[in-house]
Design a protein around this ligand. Structure first.
Ligand code: GLC
Length: 474
């Protein structure tokens, strides 16, 4: 056990602390126990998000009911028509696995309140639509069969539940409040709008549903709760009773890994990881000065739910870079797919998953079990570094291909270098100072050069694997 814990601490550079000194605690789990609980997830690094629901039919993103807004009558039509007849969760799972993803999180319920499982606490669920099948059940069975960990996304917001009080993120918000305008609007309409709504009932509803999800589908690895928005006329953790909810979660599935969006920010253990959304962090995120586990959540095109007309899909290189970027800062990436209203990943999503599949098949070694490189390895220009502390290997990702040679400052530590994709040797030598260098300095003096082919290998982002001097060769 001790050896395992030492390994976990080594792999992640520093065991992440919960900073017991300044934050209150809800549970008595130690920092080591938490590291152990999260070890598989931090090792695996790469997951698939699946946003699927009624909003696949309008195909304008999962927020359309609120942002446009779409009327209740119109949205009901989507419910009456929902029939994703081509849905094959095994196909989703096979594609996730091929892409190198090791876990998947499905929207069991999104903000519109529609449930993808046969909940006994509502009729607003998939089994009451023409489709009639329990998508959550098919999802967990299919992904487990492919050896992936499974998780549920559960929306704290609910635009359908009659007791969920209308707030600034609700389609029924006062007309004067423009979309996203959280501040400066009048509160006076909210009490009237909410006079027949009782959040206490809704809190119980959430507990009942989370109870179902965590007892009827076997071991659940991740719970992705979304989200808390304490702005004026928003909601805080007290509105959800996040503490009570989390205690329930931990009592039913102690091992489950939970994100931070229940809003228990003042606690040391009311969350397991933080969730930067659709942006690249500048450094490994910290909480109260300590590095914490984190996961970037990202989309192929900007939309989570299927968006037919969204054309700003990320390039192949951008997608690979997003993954490597997270790992190079000690984090994970969960990349989203929004299946269409027939239940399929559309052609664009399949193509982009293939980009990951092709790259990960040969380069996965620079992702799994890797983390941020120690500071002494100065990041060469145009590259991203990851580091495998167990194998003591460094991975240089050539995000911008440097041409015939790459200059690195840490040559003294290199014992061997090769391209990861084909295993071919890369020679390296200390930079010689040519006579003309008496005239000018180029900054590379005393550094090392790795000799590369002048033409970039046919790999979206080529990776150089560096075996460090003190490492055992495998
Ligand atoms: C946001 C959005 C939501 C999406 C989620 C994923 O909170 O409201 O639509 O599911 O982020 O990170």
């Amino acid at each position: 056990m001790k050896i395992l814990l030492t390994c976990v601490a080594l792999v992640y550079g520093t065991a992440f602390a919960n900073d017991a000194s300044s934050a209150r605690r809800l549970f008595d789990e130690t920092s080591e126990q938490k590291s152990e609980r999260l070890a598989w997830w931090m090792h695996d690094r790469f997951g698939m998000f699946i946003h699927f629901g009624l909003y696949a039919i309008p195909a304008r993103g999962e927020w359309c009911k609120m942002t446009e807004p779409v009327s209740d009558e119109k949205y009901d039509e989507y419910f009456r028509l929902f029939n994703p007849d081509l849905l094959d969760a095994r196909d989703w799972a096979r594609r996730a696995k091929a892409a190198g993803m090791k876990y998947a999180v499905l929207t069991a319920k999104h903000h519109d309140g529609f449930c993808l499982w046969d909940s006994k606490f509502t009729d607003y669920k998939v089994t009451k639509t023409p489709f009639g099948r329990d998508v959550v059940r098919e999802f967990v069975d299919a992904f487990r069969a492919e050896g992936l960990h499974v998780g549920f996304y559960y929306s704290l917001l609910d635009w359908h539940h009659p007791d969920f009080t209308i707030d600034m993120c609700h389609p029924g918000r006062p007309k004067m409040a423009k979309k996203w305008e959280f501040y400066g609007t009048s509160d006076k309409d909210f009490p009237t709008l909410n006079k027949n709504r009782d959040m206490a009932h809704y809190r119980q509803y959430m507990k009942d549903q989370i109870g179902e999800l965590l007892t009827k589908y076997g071991k659940i690895d991740i719970l992705w709760m979304d989200f808390t928005y304490p702005e004026p006329n928003g909601k805080t953790h007290l509105d959800w009773d996040s503490e009570g909810l989390l205690k329930l979660v931990r009592s039913l599935q102690p091992q489950v890994i939970v994100n931070n969006r229940m809003g228990l920010y003042d606690t040391a253990d009311g969350w397991d990881f933080v969730t930067p959304e659709q942006f690249k962090v500048c450094e490994w995120p910290t909480v109260r000065g300590e590095r914490v586990p984190w996961e970037a959540c990202q989309t192929f095109s900007g939309s989570w739910g299927y968006h037919r007309d969204e054309m700003t899909w990320k390039s192949d290189a951008e997608l690979i870079e997003l993954l490597v970027h997270s790992v190079s800062k000690g984090g994970n990436l969960i990349m989203n797919v929004g299946p269409n209203a027939r239940g399929e990943f559309d052609a664009r999503a399949k193509t982009k998953l293939d980009v990951y599949a092709d790259w990960m098949r040969v380069n996965g070694g620079s992702v799994y079990g890797c983390t941020q490189a120690p500071n002494r390895f100065k990041v060469p220009e145009g590259t991203l570094l990851t580091y495998d502390p167990n194998a003591q290997k460094l991975y240089i990702h050539l995000v911008s291909y440097p041409g015939k040679s790459l200059t690195v400052a840490f040559g003294d530590e290199i014992s061997f270098a090769r391209f990861l994709h084909d295993g071919s040797e890369i020679k390296f030598s200390k930079m010689q100072s040519p006579p003309e260098n008496r005239l000018y300095s180029h900054g590379g003096e005393g550094k090392w050069q790795l000799s590369l082919p002048a033409i970039k290998p046919d790999i979206v982002i080529p990776v150089i694997e560096v075996v460090l001097k003190y490492a055992k060769l495998d």
